[in-house]
Design a protein around this ligand. Structure first.
Ligand code: GUN
Ligand code: ZN
Length: 433
């Protein structure tokens, strides 16, 4: 039955492990120019040179001269914030109060939640993102709708209702006495481990959770195997100062989460800009990951993430759009911003480290590297086909590239979602240009 066998021809690029910081030549890079990628029943089963065409039992799509990558993994993004992307003029705390909180209130409504979740999931796919770790809103219905939208599309998605019970407006708070625990347990029962979905205990950030809610979240994390945890950490200087005032006994911002039992190998901390060596050591030892969000950090004026220091401390770092703090769902654009953030600090991010952080690196940080993040045999066929170039400027630069790194770096720097041809999820085309 040929219906379950799919062969895609193009230039295959992925990673076998983490490329070394700064290395242009790396044995972690696996580039198979002009190859067929073989997909059976939604799984990658192999690859072979373009000259060896698979037989007629395979549905063949010839994308010769195009780039084939694992689907991107966006490790930190807010679904309701598509409504406030590109809002002018403020830093984090003011931005939350002026734009974000009012917009998130809308998602208490079932129809808004469902249409918003569908719009968001389709937008991810249209940017070549096939997996994501997502913040919906405090409303149970918004998490429900997001899980349902991802399930319909077969996507690997990690989310959970946002926990917040103070310092936020009416209509956007969990109520005492249970701090939102009941909603979490209901959602975990309904969605965690169903198809490709997993639940993340989702603490918005320390200032919007009471100590009681933080403790509840910590207990939830250990209540069931495989639960993730996501929150924000040390993004903005005024925010960090506020956390010190709210939690005077804590050694650092990260320490607030650690004491609550929220620091573990399945934790994803967005930003982590304002950290010290002790924090980095804690992150390394716990095997938690930082979701570096350079577009957001530049747009909100939050600061410059020191990726080199994180690398030297062996802290796991993935890359994330943080829309609507970030201004694009495109991981290429986000990696290009990461390059510029490092350049401002005298470092040069390689194309390899940037791309790895959006694919295999993110997958490994989520303990999902046997399922997503690469084109290895046995992985689920979440795969995107990209044009190497759009337009004469990129075409010229592409032709003049002297080696593979130059070619891929130019692609990362000059391309975006307009280069996307097809996004496959589990071997099914879910976006086609
Ligand atoms: N910190 C707490 N909430 C948010 C949010 O929605 N976006 C960003 N960038 N930081 C936050
Ligand atoms: Zn965020």
């Amino acid at each position: 039955d040929g219906g379950t066998r799919l062969a895609l021809r193009g230039d295959l690029l992925d990673f076998t492990h983490q490329p070394e910081w700064g290395a242009i030549e790396s044995d972690a890079v696996r580039f198979r120019e002009d190859h067929w990628l073989l997909i059976e029943d939604g799984r990658i089963v192999g690859a072979q040179p373009g000259s060896l065409a698979p037989d007629a039992s395979w549905t063949r799509h010839d994308h010769r001269g195009r780039l084939i990558l694992p689907g991107f993994i966006d490790t930190h993004v807010h679904s309701p914030q598509l409504d406030v992307i590109a809002s002018h003029g403020t830093e984090l705390l003011d931005w939350l109060n002026t734009y974000t909180f009012p917009a998130e209130k809308r998602y208490a409504n079932l129809v808004e939640a469902e249409t918003g979740a569908a719009r968001f999931a389709d937008a991810l796919l249209a940017h070549g993102t096939t997996s994501a770790v997502v913040f919906p809103t405090v409303h149970k219905v918004s998490a429900d709708a997001l899980f349902a939208a991802a399930r319909e599309r077969g996507m690997r998605l990690i989310t959970g209702k946002v926990l917040m019970d103070r310092h936020s407006p009416d209509g956007l708070r969990d109520e005492a006495p249970d701090f939102g625990a009941r909603d979490c347990v209901d959602l975990i029962d309904r969605w965690h481990g169903v198809d490709r979905l997993a639940y993340a205990v989702t603490v918005r950030f320390a200032p919007t959770s009471s100590p009681g809610q933080l403790a509840m979240a910590g207990q939830l994390c250990t209540s069931m195997p495989g639960l993730y945890m996501q929150t924000h950490l040390a993004e903005n200087r005024a925010e960090v100062k506020w956390v010190h005032e709210l939690f005077p006994d804590a050694r650092s911002y990260l320490d607030v989460y650690e004491r609550a039992g929220l620091l573990n190998a399945r934790a994803v901390f967005a930003h982590g800009i304002w950290l010290d060596d002790d924090d980095r050591a804690l992150l390394r030892d716990s095997r938690a990951q930082i979701a570096h969000s350079p577009s957001s950090n530049l747009f909100l004026g939050s600061g410059l993430f020191n990726w080199r220091a994180a690398d030297e401390a062996n802290v796991r770092v993935s890359i994330a759009t943080d829309v609507g703090g970030g201004t694009s769902l495109s991981l290429q654009r986000t990696i290009a911003d990461a390059y510029k953030v490092q350049a401002l600090q005298g470092e040069r991010l390689t194309a390899w480290r940037g791309l790895h952080a959006a694919t295999l690196g993110a997958a490994a940080g989520l303990s999902l590297n046997e399922e997503i993040g690469s084109l290895s045999e046995g992985c689920t066929a979440d795969v995107c086909v990209w044009d190497w170039t759009q337009g004469s400027v990129a075409q010229r630069r592409h032709e003049l590239a002297r080696n593979l790194h130059e070619r891929v770096f130019a692609w990362l720097t000059l391309s975006d979602e307009r280069n996307l041809v097809t996004a496959y999820v589990r071997g099914i085309a879910r976006y086609e240009r």
